[in-house]
Design a protein. Sequence first.
Length: 257
Amino acid sequence: MTTETIDWIACAGADRSGAGPAGAGVIGGVLTAQSRRDRYGLSAASHAAQAPVEAITTDIGWRCLDARRYPFLAPTGAHMKATSDIALILKAASFAAHKHRDQRRRDAEATPYINHPIALASLLADEAGITDAEVLAAALLHDTIEDTLTTADELRAAFGERITSIVEEVTDDKSLPKAERKRLQEVHAPHASREAKLVKLADKTCNLRDLATTPPPDWDLARRRKYFDWAQRVVAGLRGTHAGLEALFDRAADGRP
Ligand code: ZN
């Protein structure tokens, strides 16, 4: 049975009735009532009716932790801490890939959306030498609240406070008109935390690289130039954070059409 099949079965069971699919207990292994309560903060009365909770004992279990669809599965205790930096980064990559799974970038080839957060994390780690695993995880997760149904509470449960607050800092308020959101990015940039500034610098750099090499087919020259100029203004408020990263941004900005 593939991982995807297991995931599908586990989630389908939670979706269907809350009674749990046949075999869910086998998927995740059997936990005692007490250990379930300890790990997930479930009440004795509630966990009995929620067999799919077994599924979240596996490392794919968070896939079912969509707070809007399966609020009863959300853990209430401390976040499930990854066992190593590599595990954390892979967990973030996997979480983001799942959340963005139906989205595409706006380039002509409609590149899978997940390529973008991966490009940010890779730029930070490989080109700028950033080694803070929580910053790299935040880069992978940076668009999950803004562009998917992911909530801050869901991120907090899975990744903890520091990563969540970095993601929140780089998240636009989508209830505002686009022009206002863009203006606020310029206003807020100088006041962001160092960690959020790193992620923002990487985001703007990757976006300029994409815009220079694989622009959306419906963006004319004026619109592309306007985006480059706006990105320059936002980054003006981020300077003094990381010289290497800022140099990478400047190189990308040289690609202004
Ligand atoms: Zn982005």
